[in-house]
Design a protein around this ligand. Structure first.
Ligand SMILES: Cc1cc2nc3c(=O)[nH]c(=O)nc-3n(C[C@H](O)[C@H](O)[C@H](O)COP(=O)(O)O)c2cc1C
Length: 407
């Protein structure tokens, strides 16, 4: 997830560096945007070094540099890429500009262009804060749906005492986490997630695989991280970008996935097996490419190792193990059978023939199947929302373990 961090020209600009760190600690990728005023207080180099991204200030390219096509539309690209924008500290000046729809630098243009939620943390001298113009402008922003984090009372850098001091960076970070549903109810958990398909070679150029895109597993990894868990992601080949801040181990074959899973599983308190492991592999891998001229080709397949069953067999009492059942018929019956046979704590069932569900789709339609026979069906929703529902169930299951077992 990407957050825009707007920094404007006040004494508290240096505190934005600490805020950036707090956001990064929870796996958020931060793009810093500075006003020209802010550059008098902190150098862009500080934010560039901490965030790993160049800092943006100008709409028309930086300094002498000619704007290229990419930078010419950068405000739109950033506007679309961010999931939230937080401006901290926000000067009286930037608040006034935003309230009036002025877009005369990158930050204020971004505010107009983005559909992401915006959080503003004002900081200024008490008289500037109490000025009727500032109060009116802040009210305008509130009515437009901006979240305003009130400045705190106290001793101000100008030597006066009163309201105007930037709210604590923890309070501001919490507001961002709330907006993005970043929680800490999985803090202390180590979650092992598998994602994507596996591949089984037929000859040096061909292999068997399936339609899994890895999107569900990656969403689970991202959601787990946002909720405070340490995440280990074992991924088959996918076209997805690795979620930032998560350690990913890439594998290709079922045996490689099994080896990686077994290496990590003992550390895990929760195992989410969302990978679509290829169930069959050719009994013999040809060392030479099979020629077409041979006519009809018969390939004998053998079942691959059932990684989920093996993980369940070796399970520790404190572990919650979740399996996925992507089915094309008798979905709930098959999911319940999988849960029973493998002694899982939860199965996530979905009918991959339904539009908006299953492989390569950004959405999913799932039913959670519990060992006590309960089933919870859900409407179509994004895979990230599905991931949060699954994690809610995991939190519930973990809370039912006795403290002695849970530890
Ligand atoms: C030393 C110093 C400290 C300042 N601190 C603040 C401040 O905390 N809050 C504020 O609204 N303006 C403050 N200002 C005034 C702003 O820097 C000024 O209004 C500027 O135009 C803001 O530009 P910007 O909003 O584009 O960053 C300060 C100015 C100076 C010289």
């Amino acid at each position: 997830m990407r957050v825009g961090l707007g920094v404007t020209g006040g004494i508290a600009a240096y505190k934005a560096a600490e805020l950036l760190r707090l956001l990064q600690d929870r796996g958020l990728d931060v793009q810093v945007v500075m006003s020209a005023g802010a550059r008098n207080f902190v150098t862009p180099l500080t934010f560039a070094a901490l965030s790993g991204h160049k800092v943006i200030s100008q709409v028309f390219g930086e300094g002498e540099q000619e704007p290229n096509v990419e930078s010419a539309i950068e405000h739109i690209a950033v506007a679309q890429a961010i999931d939230a924008l937080v401006i901290a500290p926000a000067t009286a000046n930037v608040i006034a500009k935003i309230a009036h729809g002025i877009a005369d630098d990158f930050l204020t243009t971004l505010v107009l262009a983005t559909k992401a939620p915006i959080i503003i943390a004002p900081a200024m001298n008490v008289d500037m804060w109490e000025n009727a113009a500032t109060q009116r402008n802040v009210e305008v922003l509130r009515t437009r749906g901006f979240k305003v984090i009130e400045p705190e009372e106290g001793y101000l850098a100008c030597g006066m005492t009163g309201a105007g001091r930037l709210a604590s960076v923890n309070t501001i970070a919490q507001a961002v986490f709330e907006t993005l549903q970043v929680r800490d109810d999985l803090k202390g958990e180590t979650i092992l997630v598998t994602a994507g398909p596996t591949e089984e070679a037929l000859d040096p150029v061909r292999y068997l695989t399936n339609r899994s895109s890895g999107k569900m597993g990656y969403a689970l990894a991202e959601a787990s991280q946002r909720r405070g868990a340490k995440v280990l992601l074992v991924s088959g080949p996918t076209r997805l970008q690795a979620p930032s801040g998560i350690s990913v181990e890439f594998v290709r074959t079922t045996a490689e996935m099994a080896e990686a899973v077994f290496r990590h599983v003992d550390q895990a308190t929760v195992v989410l097996m969302a990978a679509a492991v290829v169930d069959f592999a050719p009994t013999k891998v040809q060392t030479e490419k099979i020629k077409k001229q041979g006519g009809l080709l018969t390939v004998t397949l053998k079942p691959t190792l059932d990684i989920l069953a093996e993980v369940a067999r070796r399970r520790k009492p404190h572990q919650i193990i979740v399996g996925f059942a992507a089915e094309t018929g008798q979905v709930l019956e098959n999911a319940a059978a999988k849960l029973r046979e493998k002694q899982l704590d939860l199965t996530v069932a979905n009918d991959v023939t339904q539009p908006g569900a299953g492989f390569d789709s950004d959405t999913n339609i799932v039913t959670l199947v519990f060992p006590d026979g309960r089933t919870k069906p859900f409407e179509k929703m994004s895979k990230l929302d599905v991931a949060h529902l699954i994690l809610n169930a995991v939190v519930e299951l973990r809370s039912k373990l006795t403290p002695a077992v849970r530890e």
